[in-house]
Design a protein around this ligand. Structure first.
Ligand SMILES: [Zn+2]
Ligand SMILES: [Zn+2]
Length: 311
């Protein structure tokens, strides 16, 4: 316990600093969009605020079931379960960064490729647009359980110092939130040569697109490393503007539709299942999959587009 107290103190300082930065530019952006560009859909802002309230209300329930499951606590649990810990020397920091980014890529890829996980990730994509309040819009299970498991527990389980895991999460939160800056505030967002190795707002606009070429691309939030290594990198093309949103029709201002609409669609499909194979397919295969028909998944749509272009 003596060892934990200073750890928690330093974590609180780091996390508070990160949240203050994010909250500051989020408020400035919303004010500019509303009063200067007059482009802000206030129903979407209200929906995102209800999302924050939902997370706050669910937090004590999750804490009761799992303990206070923040990235910091999860990182401590991961470190306690780990057989090794890499130090904070320069090579240890590089190792930590590569491991953190890998688990970021993995959790995000799974969230797009496993339908049950897509149910908790889709609220981040469902609003038909992008600004920093939409960037902060997450299902409560994603923010309170899913992210801490990967960013804290798994990263520390693979030997990353818990404090470094939290530090990387704060860095990721600050830069990752900024990636959602709106097209009105920042028209291009490519940042020249920086965009050759860092994720930029242009890369993340691609990630929020429903165009078959862009869908399910650019999973990371700091560098391009794992997207490049694992073949999921896609630059924004001048010739193909982004169409924001997801493929099902969504009432963007409705908290229930944005945060629970995918669960409702999944329940409808499960009720129509003809056996255990259908049930498992609906739960764990990619969104768009139907029994005997995988032609409507993002991978299939993209493959058809690219095959058509090759002639
Ligand atoms: Zn995503
Ligand atoms: Zn995003």
């Amino acid at each position: 316990m003596d060892e934990l107290t200073p750890f928690h103190g330093r974590i609180n300082d780091l996390v508070s600093l990160g949240l203050a930065v994010v909250f500051g530019y989020l408020v400035v952006e919303l004010l500019l969009l509303h009063f200067f560009w007059r482009k802000l859909d206030l129903r979407v802002v209200r929906m995102t605020m209800l999302g924050f309230v939902g997370t706050a209300l669910a937090s004590p329930i999750v804490a009761r079931l799992l303990g206070p499951f923040t990235v910091g606590f999860a990182a401590l649990a991961g470190a306690e379960s780990s057989f090794f810990r890499v130090g904070t020397q320069w090579y240890g920091l590089i190792y930590a960064f590569v491991v953190y980014e890998f688990f970021y890529w993995l959790q995000h890829w799974l969230a797009h490729k496993v339908r049950l996980l897509w149910c908790i990730h889709s609220p981040h994509h469902a609003p038909g647009g992008i600004h920093m309040a939409i960037g902060a819009n997450h299902h409560f299970l994603e923010g309170l359980v899913y992210f801490p498991f990967f960013f804290g527990f798994m990263t520390a389980l693979f030997g990353v110092d818990p404090m470094i895991a939290v530090g990387l999460n704060v860095l990721d939160t600050v830069w990752g939130s900024y990636l959602h800056v709106s097209d009105e505030i920042l028209r291009e967002g490519r940042y020249g040569w920086v965009g050759r190795f860092m994720q930029t707002p242009a890369h993340h606009r691609v990630h929020h697109a429903k165009n078959p070429r862009y869908v399910d691309r650019n999973y990371n939030s700091i560098t391009l490393l794992w997207d490049w290594l694992l073949g999921t990198l896609e630059p924004l093309r001048e010739s193909e503007p982004v169409e924001y949103g997801i493929t099902r029709p969504v009432d963007h201002g409705s908290y229930w539709d944005v945060h629970f609409g995918e669960f409702a669609a999944l329940c409808r499909d499960l009720r129509s299942a003809k056996g255990p194979a259908d049930v498992l397919g609906y739960l764990f295969r990619a969104p768009g999959w139907q029994p005997g028909d995988a032609s409507h998944t993002a991978s299939a749509l993209r493959a058809r587009l690219l095959a058509g272009e090759r002639g």
